[in-house]
Design a protein. Structure first.
Length: 85
């Protein structure tokens, strides 16, 4: 027996959409979707080396761990924030 494909209903408000998706799975509607044809290209990054005091590295690693990030990601974020000022 072939499973009937359900259509995603048109929901006029975010509240109605939230209520619908709280009780339904996207898997029920996966067959009616199509590939969007969008390609995301990451800009290449350039690696650098910097020398830091061991105590500074320890502090950075602790800060990164508290935020659930790698220390390199935290440093990259902090550099971007500083440059944006």
């Amino acid at each position: 027996m072939k499973k009937q494909v359900k259509r995603i209903p048109s929901l006029p408000t975010d509240r109605e959409a939230a209520a619908y998706w709280d009780t339904h799975s996207f898997a029920e509607h996966a067959q009616e979707t199509a590939e969007a044809g969008i390609r995301f290209v990451r800009r290449p990054k350039r690696a650098i080396n910097i020398r830091l005091d061991p105590g500074d590295i320890t502090k950075i690693e602790a800060m990164a761990e508290a935020k659930g990030l790698s220390y390199t990601t935290l440093l990259r974020i902090q550099v971007k924030e500083h440059l944006a000022r």
